[in-house]
Design a protein around this ligand. Structure first.
Ligand code: AMP
Length: 313
């Protein structure tokens, strides 16, 4: 399961020198992106940053970067003194091994995009760096009902994997600010809960979803869509918009049925369409016209699973 990244892909990136750390640090804002591959090197560099009162921002990703990720980098840069991006395709969060195998890897392009966007540091750990004792005996977190609904229901174990990698990354980096996308709405709630469980002082920022001109939420998985599937894929954001426009107090059941039809017509196989409470994702049976609500969809176009959501009020 371990994905090896050829060393020569790093040719264009400056590796952190073993000596002269303090000179590098003195110029931290004028440096081009620095790449770390081991937690130990990275932590000793971070310690020196911290000692100088430098505030760090962190954007965790799985690579195959697009403008949605860059929006997180931009937010990070405008908030923190230095912007750290990690790329790690986390095996423990894939409940479907084929999805893991087919996850796009575009490392050179990712590095170029990050460099252009002005990311200061890229952390590219291997699996052994994140899971030094292997994948057995990893912590299990109490995520309450978040683990049983929606993504939790359809991707058993997924959020435990997300928490395992995030607790390791947050433990290594200990950032002042963390940036994640609303595109993965449930993941944001899960990570806020993890931060609470771990008692971390990090500020969590939820960044709005970046979309293509036709409404499709940008996603690394979009690059696997065939031209026909890509056309069909707009049905997700259409269905979400229809829900938002037509939401009224009472039962949202007819809206859910309508959304399912919209998806079916576009050849989607739907895992769920839900109108849920925005704070805990419990399904709303009767909407009172006031409760903060979010509509969420997960559906397959061929073997590619896409998710999206919209805040309704
Ligand atoms: P991923 O690489 O898919 O794990 O995503 C890394 C981060 O980027 C997560 O916090 C995602 O929610 C966020 N993200 C992914 N797609 C988008 C998007 N279209 N707009 C904004 N953020 C996104």
């Amino acid at each position: 399961m371990i994905r090896r990244i050829p060393e020569n892909q790093f040719a264009k990136v400056r590796l952190i020198p073993q000596k002269g750390l303090s000179e590098w640090l003195a110029n931290v804002k004028t440096l081009k992106m620095i790449l770390f591959r081991t937690a130990a090197d990275f932590r000793s560099w971070l310690l020196k940053c911290r000692n100088q009162g430098i505030k760090t921002g962190f954007v965790p990703t799985m690579g195959a970067l697009h403008d949605g990720h860059m929006q997180l980098i931009r937010a990070c840069r405008s908030t923190a003194d230095i912007c750290i991006c990690s790329i790690f395709i986390n095996p423990t969060q894939f409940n479907d091994s084929r999805d893991f195998e087919k996850y796009p890897v575009t490392l050179e392009n990712d590095i170029e995009m990050l460099e252009k966007a002005g990311s200061d540091v890229i952390f590219l750990p291997g699996v052994a760096e994140i899971y030094p004792d292997g994948e057995k005996g990893l912590e299990i977190y109490d995520l309450g009902n978040l683990e049983n609904v929606l993504e939790g229901q359809f991707r058993p174990g997924h959020f435990q994997g997300v928490c395992q990698v995030m607790s390791r990354l947050l433990g290594i980096i200990d950032p002042d600010h963390l940036f994640m996308g609303q595109k993965d709405y449930q993941q944001c709630l899960v990570i806020k809960r993890l931060i609470h469980i771990l008692g971390l002082p990090v500020h969590f920022h939820t960044i709005p979803t970046i979309r293509e001109a036709d409404g499709l939420a940008q996603s690394s998985r979009n690059r696997r869509l065939t031209p026909d599937q890509r056309k069909n894929a707009t049905a997700i954001s259409r269905a979400l918009n229809e829900i938002q426009v037509n939401l009224a107090p009472g039962s949202p059941e007819p809206l859910l049925k309508n959304a399912l039809k919209t998806l079916e017509r576009a050849h989607f196989k739907t895992d769920y369409v839900s109108i849920s409470k925005a704070d805990d994702l419990q399904p709303i049976q009767i909407w009172d016209g006031k409760e903060k609500a979010v509509a969420l969809i997960a559906a397959f176009q061929g073997d590619i699973r896409l998710i999206d959501n919209i805040l309704l009020n």
